[in-house]
Every structure is written in structure tokens, then in C-alpha cells.
Design a protein around this ligand. Structure first.
Ligand code: COA
Length: 237
């Protein structure tokens, strides 16, 4: 059993994850930490999983595991190994859904055992404008028109939020469909004033796609980080 160390948590009480947590139902639990290497806090199979990874990856992966165990403990779940699936998606204990994200300066995890929630997708991004070449790659024509209402540099920040929301949506839908999506396969409507988003279109048809279309999300920004959370509610909780 690895050591149960305290997390090196960010200095601000208003981190974007703390803001997300206060905007969500109490049944969704968040945890965060500053990436650092501490192999003593990991299970042997987790250490093995990242033994050949570069330092940055080892710090992000390890801190995300410590954060996840911390969040799971708040749901009454004892410490367990959290080695990803072969497709790199997270593998949670039975009855848990959740999501992981990291940036250079922050690792975050969101988990729940609520039967009302079928899937979660969390994404963290540094709050800097998205490069214009990437904007072209990730936007549908409708999303491009939405971005065009903003002047630079606001348009670049709005594009980064759209990018983050699409990553969060991707993680959330993957647990249901197990399908890869291109950025332009999905169209999101972003409400910056309310800090929310929803799916306005998916270029796929069929039962599971109709289901994940109902995903909604929240956006929070602080301390130079954007945090987005996509939530898919269960059909018959
Ligand atoms: C998987 C992906 C979303 C990860 O995003 P990222 O910005 O590289 O990295 P993040 O730090 O935000 O997230 C990493 C975490 O994502 C999770 N993850 C990886 N693959 C995943 C998947 N298929 N489904 C859900 N979560 C996944 C893992 O928990 C990982 O954490 P870990 O490595 O510590 O276990 C991204 O690499 C990817 O492949 N995207 C596909 C293209 C896409 O996003 N399309 C959008 C269409 S709407």
C-alpha cells in the first residue's frame, strides 16, 4: 500500500476546480494537486506503468493518482491502484465514474458514485489564446462565426475555452461510445456569461450518439487556468 501523503495543493482557494466544485451538485467530488514526482505514493503497478516515461509525464500521472485516491476517499472508497485501460482511458473502481486532466501546473480529478450520472469529462488548459492554425482545425463554421464576434485576444481565449470543452466532451462521450471523434465531428454552443455549454450537433447517428448529445457542461476560469466539466446524466437512474 503506498504512503498516503498530503497533496501539494495550489495556493488559491479559488482555483478553477474549486469553482467548478461549488457550481456542481455535491455528489461530484473534485481533487487537485501541483504535479510532482513521489513514487512512494503510487502502487507498484502504477510505478511500472510509467517507469519509462519522461519526468513531466511521471509527475502528472502520479499526482493525478494521488488526487484520484483523495477524491475517492471522500466518497468512502478505500485506496486502490488506478492503472489506465489499454486505450488509455481511466479505469475506476466499480460504481464510480470520473475523469482526469493535467496541465504543467495543475492536476485535477472529478469523480462520482451517483447513479444519476452516467459519465464525466474533465479538462484543464492554460488560459492563453489558442493558436490561429489550431482554431481553424477545431472549429465548425458555426463555431467560427461565434468566435468572430470577439476581437483579438478575446477570440483566442474563447477558442481555447471551446477547445477545452471539446476535450471534456470527448472524454465524457468515450466512456459510452468508445469511439474516437475529430474536433469538427462535434459542434458545441458555449455560453460564456453563464459558464456553460451544450452539444448543438454531432456528425454521427444512432442510439448512443443520441444519448451523448444530451451532455451538458460547465466552464470556470481562474489562476490562469480554464477548467471544463462535461456531464452526461443517466437515462434511468
Ligand atoms: C484523450 C485526450 C482527450 C487527452 O487529453 P490531453 O489534453 O492530451 O490530456 P489531459 O491531461 O487533459 O487528459 C489526460 C487524461 O485523459 C484521460 N483519457 C485518456 N484517454 C481517454 C479517453 N479515451 N476517454 C476518456 N479519458 C481519457 C486519462 O485519464 C488521462 O490521464 P492519465 O494519463 O493520467 O491517466 C486527447 O489526448 C485525445 O486523444 N483527444 C482526442 C481528440 C479529441 O479530443 N477530439 C475532440 C472531439 S470532440
Amino acid at each position: 500500500m503506498p504512503r498516503d501523503d498530503g497533496l501539494s495543493t495550489p495556493s488559491s482557494f479559488c482555483s478553477p476546480l474549486a469553482l467548478l466544485e461549488s457550481a456542481c451538485e455535491r455528489e461530484i467530488v473534485f481533487s487537485e494537486g501541483v504535479p510532482s514526482i513521489d513514487s512512494g505514493a503510487l502502487f507498484p503497478d502504477e510505478v511500472k506503468y510509467i517507469q519509462h516515461a519522461v519526468e513531466k509525464r511521471r509527475a502528472e500521472f502520479g499526482t493525478a493518482r494521488v488526487c484520484a485516491r483523495h477524491a475517492l476517499s471522500r466518497l468512502g472508497i478505500p485506496p486502490c491502484s488506478l492503472v489506465p485501460r489499454a486505450d488509455r482511458s481511466p479505469q475506476w473502481p466499480p460504481g464510480v465514474v470520473g475523469s482526469i486532466s493535467h496541465t504543467d501546473k495543475l492536476c485535477g480529478v472529478a469523480v462520482t458514485t451517483s447513479p444519476r450520472i452516467a459519465s464525466l469529462g474533465l479538462d484543464l488548459e492554460i488560459d492563453a489564446p489558442l493558436e490561429s492554425e489550431l482554431q481553424t482545425l477545431i472549429c465548425t463554421s458555426t463555431e467560427r462565426r461565434w468566435l468572430d464576434q470577439y476581437k483579438s485576444p478575446e477570440s483566442g481565449h474563447a477558442a481555447k475555452i471551446l477547445f477545452s470543452a471539446k476535450e471534456a466532451f470527448y472524454k465524457c462521450q468515450y466512456a459510452i461510445t468508445e469511439q474516437f471523434l475529430e474536433f469538427t465531428d462535434v459542434e458545441l454552443s458555449i455560453d460564456l456569461q453563464n459558464g456553460s455549454f451544450c452539444v448543438s450537433g454531432i456528425g454521427r447517428v444512432g442510439g448512443e450518439w443520441d444519448r451523448v448529445r444530451r451532455t451538458t457542461g460547465k466552464i470556470r476560469r481562474s489562476d490562469g487556468v480554464i477548467a471544463t466539466l462535461a456531464v452526461l446524466e443517466a437515462i434511468n437512474p
